[in-house]
Design a protein around this ligand. Structure first.
Ligand SMILES: C[S@@+](CC[C@H](N)C(=O)[O-])C[C@H]1O[C@@H](n2cnc3c(N)ncnc32)[C@H](O)[C@@H]1O
Length: 267
């Protein structure tokens, strides 16, 4: 398995946030290109909510989610069994060395994964190896340097600065969204279709949820553990940031926007 350090970790607050994702909010750019019966590989699937929705929408497709974390794969397997989805499977595997033959998959999808890898172009080369000649790559990542929010809570600026430093300490690129076109081309893909979409939290429920998620993650998650360990922040700094997220999450005029890059391409 790769030696990369995943900045978010799999604390329940992180996984619960990921498990809310679905194909409409995270893979809309890919949907028009999918056909029932295509084999699909969801790399870095996390708790598998997007993977499971793909399988439900395309019941004749064999859909596989893989992730480096055995714990999150076990959660995905339990959820799939509870939902009774026969055409989805999950396995522990490595984005850099997939347990798949050459030219064996119709679609490789990776959502919010390349931003966490120290060698995204190597991973993309591996995705290209397993894709059939007429297969399709679909990758989507946030650009953390382009986040915006309101009210201008100073502790959110402190949080972002810290997040960028932590990700780069872990040799990952948090502004991945704007790098995707370059990385996909460097890995040898062709016929790129490059787009950008955003997640916007600007209603009371989503502002409260996003504020509460990060108030918890700031003091109790791999982020909270790694920042002091690397000398990037003290526990007092993290508590101040958590308090800022709590204040922001209570604002009745809150706004938070995360721009994403997304690329479709042929091997
Ligand atoms: C931000 S989560 C995204 C999860 C899911 N794709 C989603 O959007 O909800 C990134 C996931 O990539 C996984 N990951 C990181 N490095 C990996 C690697 N080398 N191989 C496979 N998975 C990896 C992490 O364990 C984590 O579950």
């Amino acid at each position: 398995m790769s030696a990369d350090v995943y900045s978010h970790g799999h604390h329940r607050s992180v996984v619960a946030s990921h498990a809310r994702r679905g194909v409409e909010d995270s893979a809309a750019y890919l949907l028009p290109h999918l056909r029932d019966g295509m084999t699909m590989l969801d790399v870095g699937c996390g708790p598998g909510s997007i993977t499971m929705e793909l399988a439900e929408r395309f019941p004749h497709s064999a859909v596989t989610g893989i992730d480096a974390s055995a714990a999150v794969i076990a959660q995905a397997q339990t959820a799939a069994a509870e939902r009774g989805i026969p055409n989805v499977s999950f396995a522990v595997d490595d984005a850099y060395a997939l347990d798949r033959p050459d030219a064996s998959v119709d679609v490789v999808h990776a959502h919010q994964v390349l931003q966490h890898l120290s060698r995204p172009v190597d991973a993309l080369r591996e995705f290209r190896r397993v894709l059939r000649p007429d297969g399709l790559l679909a990758v989507r990542d946030v650009d953390y340097e382009a986040l915006s929010w309101y009210p201008r809570e100073p502790q959110l600026a402190e949080w972002l600065e810290l997040y960028l430093r932590l990700a780069r300490h872990n040799e990952a690129e948090p502004a991945a969204g704007r790098h995707l076109r370059s990385w996909v081309q460097a890995a040898g893909f062709r016929d790129l279709s490059v787009t950008g979409t955003t997640w916007t939290y600007a209603d009371d429920e989503s502002v409260a949820r996003w504020g509460a998620t990060w108030a918890e993650r700031a003091v109790d998650s791999d982020f909270a553990r790694q920042c002091p360990e690397y000398g990037l922040a003290t526990t007092a700094d993290l508590q101040r940031i958590a308090d800022g997220w709590t204040r922001w999450g209570a604002s009745s005029d809150g706004w938070f926007q995360l721009p994403h890059g997304e690329v479709l391409a042929r091997p």
